[in-house]
Design a protein around this ligand. Sequence first.
Ligand SMILES: CC(C)(COP(=O)(O)OP(=O)(O)OC[C@H]1O[C@@H](n2cnc3c(N)ncnc32)[C@H](O)[C@@H]1OP(=O)(O)O)[C@@H](O)C(=O)NCCC(=O)NCCS
Length: 141
Amino acid sequence: MVELRKAKPEDRDTLTALLWENEMEYVDPVEHYVLAVDDKEIMGCGRSEDYEVMVMIRPVVVSRKYRRQGIGRLLLKGIMPADRPTVLVARRESLEFYEASGFSKAKWEMMPPTQQGECTSCPHRIECRPQPMICNLGSRG
Ligand SMILES: CC(C)(COP(=O)(O)OP(=O)(O)OC[C@H]1O[C@@H](n2cnc3c(N)ncnc32)[C@H](O)[C@@H]1OP(=O)(O)O)[C@@H](O)C(=O)NCCC(=O)NCCS
């Protein structure tokens, strides 16, 4: 059975490897990650940043062998707030996933300024084709 739980210090190496496989960097503290786990292994992770008026997801990742089984959607539900909008910058390859999960395209101005700057100066911008997105519904929507 798949469960969500907060990451612990002993999960750090596996978490770092999962993120690395997807060209993403691990960011401390480990407790800010929520994991989707079964009794054997970590299947995916999600992390959000609190900006008071909104929450930003950075990132949601599911291990390749567990994709298209609803785990990404489960992680989203687990980290989205019920009472505030959620924003994120999607890689173009994950656009359909976020649209299927209730997000729509947004303007760059709606993203936290630090994120705008990071994407503008990122060397992977061309292949990534970042797309700002927003969901106003909350996790119970
Ligand atoms: C994006 C990602 C997190 C989706 O995780 P997932 O567990 O496979 O997603 P789910 O199974 O919960 O998908 C929910 C719905 O999203 C849509 N969806 C998910 N992946 C899709 C894809 N590759 N193409 C089209 N639609 C997709 C489908 O509608 C799907 O429902 P369905 O399977 O019943 O048709 C996963 O593909 C991933 O880790 N990608 C690499 C990392 C990444 O790009 N993360 C996002 C950047 S922040």
